[in-house]
Every structure is written in structure tokens, then in C-alpha cells.
Design a protein around this ligand. Structure first.
Ligand code: ADP
Length: 521
């Protein structure tokens, strides 16, 4: 990927693949997730409303039951009003503490009550009714329609007890009959029993004193204000009926399910997106590799053809005996030799590369002096370096520890780095080779003042086939294999390679190898 046009093409193709993946994989996934989340919410809402309705039905049936009981009291009262004898009625229905009959003008009151539980006579039902005009009108209106309506009125109210009267107009006479109820008795005996039946094993039902939120009665011990739904008790204005599920409420279950499903969907989305991203990256990498390989083939054929052409040309000239001076002949021989060496190195690189990554390369480790390798490689390049007028500085540490290494492989690595330093040097021809020791490592530093490498390429230059797209690369031909081989050799020796370089500021390659320790062998 060596020129801007190609990079543009990659970008374009990468974007195409990205859009394709987005359309094929991500959009349906995201669409499905959105749909699932919205229906999830709707399902939970539906479950919630079904549950609420079920609770309402239970509350309604309890209220209806209480109304039925009160109606039967009223019917019996109407019958007994003729005789005025309520003793048996009171003893059968202990919730009714007394009966007060008020005449239509609220003038006089007849009171019937039990001797055991007399109700406080200070309460003047007639006087209270006289203030409740609307209620009174309602009672008569219903009576005219042949319907007996029961209306509750609060006679006295305190935190602990209150007295309620259920008022109705009897069929025969235009007067008001008030059933004075013992609140506690009524709530626990009459409604309480019914609540226990209605609650079954699934629900907790209770009666709440609305103003104080105190739980008056409940089928199971529950905390205050923990009912999922509360409805006013029709006949007891100050009390409500409460209901909730035993254990976890449906809302809790629905909420838990919603959160769990949401997390699951999001998790799946993340995994899918990550998968799509990985596929995208792999495809892009593969495409890059395909193009790099095709670059490699054209580079390598050029690399092979150039020295062959030179060797042939100089050999033919020599064969025709056209070269007159001895010096010129020597120069031609040297060129042939240099180009042969270049060819050998290239073929060696290709062979090494073919073994790279397959663990096919056999190393023969032995204690080795890095200095010796450096010197022998530099001697191979001495002619080239002096011909190109390189300023060569060598600082080889005298007591450099040996390293356990394969000589041929290390020489190959050093060759490649020095070759690059020469190849990528422009006007300023400078080469510095330093060996040193740091901790337990023997280090080789190769510095040039060449064209340098931009930061973004520092990692990639060690990948196979990678070549930086700068002007000189087009003139300085290469295979893109050199540094990949160097890196592979260095790592096979448990060493490391680093680069420091800036465009125009030259490059420094630092190769470190673990020192050979006699005792450790
Ligand atoms: P090549 O055969 O292209 O030299 P390498 O793997 O040896 O392949 O190097 C990869 C790329 O790293 C080169 O194409 C070049 O762009 C860059 N490079 C390597 N060494 C140097 C250096 N000393 N100075 C500048 N650029 C370098």
C-alpha cells in the first residue's frame, strides 16, 4: 500500500464493506433489538395492567360482599321495625350495635340497642342527617325508584375507633333508619373472614385506615403502605381495602424480567457488533494483504531483474574484451560480485521468509559475539559504503557479553538493517553502529541520517510486505520482507527490536538479545 491513490482505494473499499456489513448484519440486528425492546415494554405493561385488573376484581368482590351483608341487615331491620324487638337480631349480628329511626323532619329519634353493648346516646343521628341534605335527597330519590340505597355517615371518628351509621329509607315509611355499626367488629368479623377466603394462597388482603395508613387487619403480616393496590371500602369511608401478591409482586417480577431481557439484548448486540467489527477488520486486512502481495510480486521481479541485467551487461562487456584498463576491469568484476551478493541476499530473504511463521526454520544456537557479526557484515558492505561516501562510525563494546544465537540468522538480520540504512539514506550519508550492554542484554544500535519513518508506520514496517509510501521507496526497490524477517529472527532469539525515527531526521534501530549466561546453560 504504497501510494496515496491506493490508500484512497482501500479507504473506499473499506467503507463499502463497512456499509455492506451494516446493511446485512447490523441494521437487522439493531432493528430487531429496537422492536424487541419496544414490545418488551408493552408486554410488561400488559402484564402489569392484567395484574391490576385482577386485584381490582378481588377488591370489588369483597366490597360487593360487604354490601350484600349490609343489605341483609337492612332487610331484617325493616321486617323487625314493626315489632320493635331486635334482641335476637343484635345477638346474631354483633357488628350492629344499635338502630336509630329518625322521622322525616329530623325531629324525633327512636333508638334500639342491646343492653350488653349500649351505644353512646350523645350521638344525635337526626341532627347529623339534617346537615347532609344531598345524601338525604339521594336516599329518597332511590326510594322513589323502588331501590333501597345504603349510605354511610361517620358519627364519630378518632384514631383508634370510629362509629359509622349505614342509613337507608325503608319501603313502608318516610323515615330514616340508621344501623349503628361496631367498626372493629364489622371489619374483622364480617370483612376479615371474607378477606381470608378471597386471599387464598396467592394474595395478601388487608384493611387500611386511610387517614393514618395504619393496617387495621390483614390476612398476612405486611409492612405499612406495601399494598400494590388500594380501593375505598364502599360502606366505610375512612377505610380502604389493600391487596398485593404474596412474596414478590407482579410489578417486581415484570420489572426484573424487563431488566434481564434488556441486558441480554444489549449484550447480544454488543457481541454481534464486535463480531461484525472483527469480520470487517479481517476482511480489510486480507484485502490489504492481497494488494501487498501483488506489490511484492512486481517488486521482487524488479529486484531480480535489475542485478541480473547488470551482471549480464558487465559479463558480456568483459567477455568481448572491450574493457581496456585493469582498474576498469576490476570495477566491473566488483560490480558483478556486488550484484551477485545482492541477488543471493534476496533469494536468502525469500527462502527465510517462506520458512517464517511455520516454525520450519532450524536455528543452531551457540555462544556468539555480536561484535564479530557486525564486523563481518560491515566488511561485506565496505566497498558500497566507501563508494557512496558514507561516514561510518563504529563503537563496538570490547567486553560485550556473548549471546546465544544462530550466527547465520543474526547476520541476516544485521544485513537487512544495515542494507536499509544505506538504501534509505539521501543526501547525508551517515551510518553509526554501536554495540553495548544494558542489564542482562547485549544491544546493537544502527543509526542513519536518512529519510526517516513517520510515527504511524513504526509498527507496520515490521509486518510482511509493508513498505512506506514515500518518494524514495519507489526508487529504492525492496520486497517489504526485510524487517519482518529481522523481527521474526530477533523474537525467535527472545530478543526485541525498537525503532526511533522521524521523517527527515534519520532512523535508529535497536536490537537487543539476552546475554549468554554460562551458568544458565
Ligand atoms: P524493504 O525491502 O522495502 O526495504 P523492509 O521490510 O526492510 O522492506 O522495510 C520496510 C519499510 O520500512 C521500507 O519499505 C521503508 O519504507 C522502511 N524503512 C526500513 N528501514 C528504514 C530506514 N533505515 N530508513 C527509512 N525507512 C526505512
Amino acid at each position: 500500500m504504497n501510494n496515496p491513490k491506493k490508500i484512497g482505494q482501500y479507504f473506499h473499499r473499506g467503507r463499502k464493506i463497512g456499509i455492506l456489513l451494516l446493511l446485512i448484519v447490523l441494521l437487522p440486528v439493531l432493528f430487531y433489538s429496537g422492536y424487541e425492546i419496544s414490545t418488551l415494554n408493552r408486554t410488561e405493561e400488559m402484564i402489569g395492567s392484567v395484574y391490576a385488573r385482577q386485584l381490582d376484581v378481588v377488591l370489588f368482590s369483597v366490597n360487593q360482599y360487604m354490601l350484600d351483608v349490609a343489605s341483609s341487615w337492612a332487610t331484617k331491620t325493616e321486617i323487625l321495625l314493626g315489632s320493635g324487638s331486635f334482641e335476637e337480631f343484635f345477638s346474631n349480628n354483633p357488628s350492629v350495635r344499635g338502630i336509630v329511626v329518625v322521622d322525616s323532619s329530623f325531629g324525633s329519634e327512636r333508638i334500639y340497642s342491646t343492653r350488653q353493648h349500649p351505644f353512646p346516646r350523645v350521638i344525635k343521628v337526626g341532627a347529623i342527617l339534617a346537615t347532609q341534605r344531598k345524601l338525604v335527597e339521594r336516599l329518597f330519590r332511590y326510594r322513589r325508584l323502588s331501590y333501597r340505597k345504603l349510605e354511610p355517615i361517620v358519627l364519630s371518628s378518632s384514631k383508634d375507633s370510629s362509629t359509622i351509621a349505614l342509613v337507608f329509607v325503608p319501603e313502608k315509611r318516610p323515615e330514616y333508619v340508621a344501623l349503628i355499626l361496631d367498626n372493629r367488629q364489622c371489619l374483622t368479623d364480617v370483612i376479615g373472614k371474607r378477606l381470608a377466603d378471597a386471599a387464598g394462597d396467592e394474595f395478601v388482603l388487608g384493611i387500611v385506615h386511610t387517614p393514618t395508613h395504619a393496617i387495621q387487619f390483614s390476612t398476612q403480616p405486611v409492612a405499612e403502605a406495601s399494598f400494590a393496590r388500594e380501593r375505598r371500602l364502599w360502606l366505610f369511608p375512612e377505610y380502604s381495602l389493600g391487596i398485593r401478591l404474596q412474596g414478590e409482586t407482579i410489578e417486581d417480577l415484570a420489572r426484573g424480567r424487563f431488566v434481564r431481557n434488556l441486558v441480554l439484548i444489549l449484550l447480544l448486540d454488543i457481541i454481534l457488533i464486535a463480531g461484525a467489527w472483527l469480520i470487517f477488520r479481517t476482511i480489510r486486512k486480507e484485502m490489504e494483504l492481497i494488494d501487498l502481495k501483488s506489490d511484492f510480486v512486481s517488486n521482487i521481479s524488479h529486484e531480480l531483474r535489475t542485478p541480473l541485467a547488470l551482471i549480464r551487461m558487465f559479463a558480456e562487456t568483459l567477455e568481448m574484451d572491450r574493457v581496456k584498463t585493469k582498474e576498469k576491469k576490476m570495477e566491473y568484476y566488483r560490480t558483478i560480485l556486488r550484484e551477485t551478493e545482492r541477488l543471493t541476499r534476496l533469494v536468502n530473504n525469500i527462502l527465510s521468509f517462506s520458512r517464517m511463521g511455520k516454525n520450519a526454520r532450524q536455528y543452531h544456537f551457540r555462544p556468539l559475539s555480536l561484535n564479530g557479526v557486525v564486523e563481518s557484515v560491515l566488511s561485506v558492505y565496505s566497498f558500497t559504503l566507501s563508494e557512496q561516501k558514507f561516514n561510518v562510525v563504529t563503537e563496538l563494546m570490547p567486553d560485550l557479553p556473548l549471546v546465544s544465537a544462530d550466527e547465520e540468522a543474526i547476520a541476516e538480520a544485521v544485513h537487512n538493517v544495515i542494507d536499509n540504512a544505506i538504501k534509505y539514506s539521501a543526501e547525508e550519508k551517515f551510518l553509526r553502529v554501536v554495540t553495548s550492554q544494558k542489564d542482562e542484554m547485549a544491544t546493537l544500535t544502527i543509526e542513519d541520517h536518512g529519510i526517516g519513518i513517520a510515527e504511524e508506520h513504526h509498527k507496520k514496517i515490521f509486518e510482511k510486505f509493508y513498505r512506506v509510501s514515500h518518494g524514495l521507496v519507489h526508487t529504492a526497490k525492496g520486497s517489504g520482507l526485510g524487517l519482518a524477517l529481522v523481527s521474526s529472527i530477533v523474537h525467535d532469539h527472545r530478543g526485541s527490536i525498537r525503532v526511533r525515527s522521524t521523517p527527515g531526521g534519520g532512523s535508529v534501530f535497536v536490537l537487543s538479545f539476552p546475554a549468554y549466561l554460562k551458568d544458565a546453560q
